[in-house]
Design a binder for this molecule. Structure first.
Ligand SMILES: Nc1nc2c(ncn2[C@@H]2O[C@H](COP(=O)(O)OP(=O)(O)OP(=O)(O)O)[C@@H](O)[C@H]2O)c(=O)[nH]1
Ligand SMILES: [Mg+2]
Ligand SMILES: [Zn+2]
Length: 355
């Protein structure tokens, strides 16, 4: 195997020529598990650790090696271990803000050509989350590819509606649905993979990232686990980020499912694309209307009258069902909706009275 097979292209070659380190070898970080690293070179995969100088000269963890990084290393005596001395500049990256007051970032992966943003069709579909991932990819110059997994679990018409919703929401981004349960489904993804290019699997726990990787590999190399039946949530099976070389010489980085509760809850404002529906919700007869079966539901009426597109209505219901959204902020949102409704009413009354 040559470094080019691991993704070392002319961009990195140029960087190396600009600031060579003749005393060092070049390798790629293939696994990060807390402070333990694996690297891969032309010959093999082996453990490595950062040099003290590298560790202590960085203020933020984002400057430490992450999976996908190209690094300068020195091998120790029998070449069974290596010391990482320096990182190559990152061509692209995926990172997210860490929790806390100080603005800092956690690296997810680097030098990724395309990120598969995976949501499962059954419980996980959420346009707002998708948007977050799209922003993340865009910021790091990574091409996003949207994948809907577990297409076997929903009926065709629902799947079409989700695809339409995606098409309405984002333009110019590749998107596909697939199922890990059929060879056809996996081929849909396989066809997108190019030799020497690096792909990163992103998405909530349980959407089937590792299952997809195993399918692409053709063997159960990595552990997967069933999701919780009641809400489809995963069990955070994958514990570290790892880069795997496929037979077709493309490179796939699997990641642990992200805990996104904070990611969604920190967004206070109501999604613009559903604001009209939220507004209608204040006019339902019952305070705890679920907008699915109730008499006197203003939303259902608008759907029947054609005032609200049925596809959008379904997306809204899906969004409300999405647990993180539902549990953390639904009650609050309803309260706000009511308040908002009152404000609107008051404004209208004032206007009528000519105030
Ligand atoms: N019905 C169906 N089940 C699937 C599909 N893909 C994966 N699963 C199942 O979903 C469960 C979770 O899959 P994983 O691959 O472990 O999910 P993951 O995204 O890697 O989850 P984490 O490692 O926790 O982030 C497993 O029981 C899989 O068998 C699919 O296309 N259809
Ligand atoms: Mg996994
Ligand atoms: Zn209602």
């Amino acid at each position: 195997m040559e470094l080019a097979d691991l993704g070392f292209d002319s961009w990195f070659q140029k960087k190396q020529e600009e600031s060579p380190r003749p005393e060092c070898g070049v390798a790629r970080i293939t696994r990060v598990d807390r402070d333990r690293y694996l690297i891969r070179n032309e010959v093999c995969e082996l453990p490595a650790e950062p040099a003290g100088k590298l560790l202590f000269s960085t203020e933020s963890s984002q400057h430490l090696p992450c999976v996908g990084d190209w690094v300068f290393v020195q091998y120790q005596n029998d070449r069974s271990r290596a010391v990482i001395h320096e990182l190559f500049p990152r061509k692209t990256f995926l990172r997210r803000k860490t929790a806390g007051i100080k603005i800092d970032f956690q690296m997810i992966a680097s030098n990724v050509d395309a990120a598969f943003i995976i949501q499962s069709c059954d419980f996980n579909f959420n346009l707002r989350r998708m948007e977050r991932y799209l922003v993340m990819a865009k910021e790091g110059l990574v091409e996003p590819i949207i994948l809907l997994s577990k297409s076997d679990l929903v009926d065709k018409s629902d799947l079409e509606k989700m695809k339409e919703a995606i098409a309405r929401e984002v333009k110019g981004v590749r998107a596909a649905a697939f199922s890990n349960t059929t060879p056809d489904g996996v081929d849909t993804v396989r066809q997108m993979l190019e030799q020497g290019k690096t792909y990163c699997l992103l998405g909530s726990s349980g959407v089937g990232k590792t299952t997809l990787l195993n399918q692409l590999l053709g063997r159960d190399a990595f552990e997967t686990n069933p999701v919780r039946e009641k809400d489809g949530r995963g069990r955070h099976t994958t514990a570290y980020r790892q880069l795997t070389v496929l037979e077709n010489r493309s490179l796939v980085i699997d990641t642990p499912g992200m805990r996104e509760l904070g990611m969604i809850a920190d967004e206070e404002s109501i999604d613009d694309s559903f604001s009209d529906i939220f507004e209608l919700a204040t006019k339902c007869r019952f305070n705890d209307c679920t907008h699915t079966v109730e008499a006197g539901c203003a939303i259902l009426k608008a759907v029947q009258d054609g005032g609200i597109d049925e596809g959008r209505y379904r997306n809204y219901i899906k969004l409300m069902k999405e647990s993180a959204f539902h549990q953390s902020s639904y009650a609050e949102r309803r309260k706000k909706d009511k308040q908002f409704g009152r404000t609107v009413k008051a404004a209208v009354t004032q206007k009528r009275k000519g105030l």
